[in-house]
Design a protein around this ligand. Sequence first.
Ligand SMILES: Cc1ncc(COP(=O)(O)O)c(C=O)c1O
Length: 419
Amino acid sequence: MSNQPSAAASARAFVPANRVRGFGTTVFAEFSAMALQYNAVNLGQGFPNFPAPDFIKRAAQEAIEADLNQYARGAGQIRLVNALAETYGPLFGRELDPLQEIVITTGATEGIFATMQGLVNPGDEVILIEPFYDSYSPSVIMAGGTPVYVPLRATEGTRRASEWWLDMDELAAAFSPRTRLLVLNTPMNPIGKIFSRTELAQIAALVQQHDVLVLSDEVYEWMVYPEPDGAPVEHVRLATLPGMWERTLTLGSAGKTFSVTGWKIGWAIGPAPLVHAVLMAHQWIPFTVATPLQEAVATALEQAPKEDYYQWLATTYQAKRDKLLVALEDVGLTPVRPDGSYFVLVATGHLPVPVPEGTRRDVAVARWFTTNVGVTAIPPSPFYSPDHQYLTDNLARFCFCKTDEMLDEAARRFRAKLG
Ligand SMILES: Cc1ncc(COP(=O)(O)O)c(C=O)c1O
């Protein structure tokens, strides 16, 4: 018998590393494929399907024309970090050091990953408030950390995202001597809740009491809508609360802000030692981020205030949100009115959907929306840990970051099948 290794790889060769073995594919892969198969209106995955603003597209074209094609500065193009310091300095109420307090990441998703790699040691605990953007827990796990889950609570039939609450006793009980970090997301995907100043102050008090850090994911910072009576809803940046700048990293995303999710440009802003830790990980993850797109985002940030862009964005999304809310209410569905983000949760308990053995109800309902109504939703259970997934059995998530034509077509299909 030859002692040469066999040319055919053994089964063992194909076994993924332990750190990823437990991961499934994202929920978006299944539902986007299903939307295509059934020719459904895809209100599942949250990416805008309308054109990005001309001024940002032109800026990217000009950056490529100017041959800005080589590696960028590791922590981010100087022009972009300067533009971010200009933009966020007044929002954080402090002068920002563009060279030490800002790092550009490959979208906020890499900001999350690099933060965990840079700040979480194996055995550390990271508190995640449920429901959460689904990259949080894999990022914690790949850093060797342990996610500790605290679900938001809501009463059945709640119609306002702001009525979902964080039980502060439950949150307090989640801290331990091993807690390193808490992840906050406001405005929140998938509920559309914006944490109030009072709630944030309570979170801040616990975080300070236990001497832990916060990753504040604020990628939907500009998608904030007024109360029905027109009163403004305030998006409070956690880092502006007393004693919080020192222990908070705030994430932003050009993808969300300028409707260019495929560009994957994000940023982390915070005190120099925290930004340095993120940078130490970031330099070995992507090394640097796409140079011409960073330049284009710098231009966009410089021009946005002159174009009244942020106000336009909020007003545009508010109209789209209202269109979707009306379409859902018209056919007797009960949406949870979001104050921010571009998602709407909808109560589905009354829908007569058969649930196959071994399938979560929210997954069956989301599939049913695609196959029977022709409009794709996302089940919210992947935004929860397994123990808490039952909380979403009677919910589906739709997004409204789509053209008016697409939202109108969804409304027609709702009326045809559910009206
Ligand atoms: C809460 C939240 N954070 C981060 C991201 C990802 O941001 P980016 O596209 O910049 O990686 C998303 C995208 O859906 C999100 O919902």
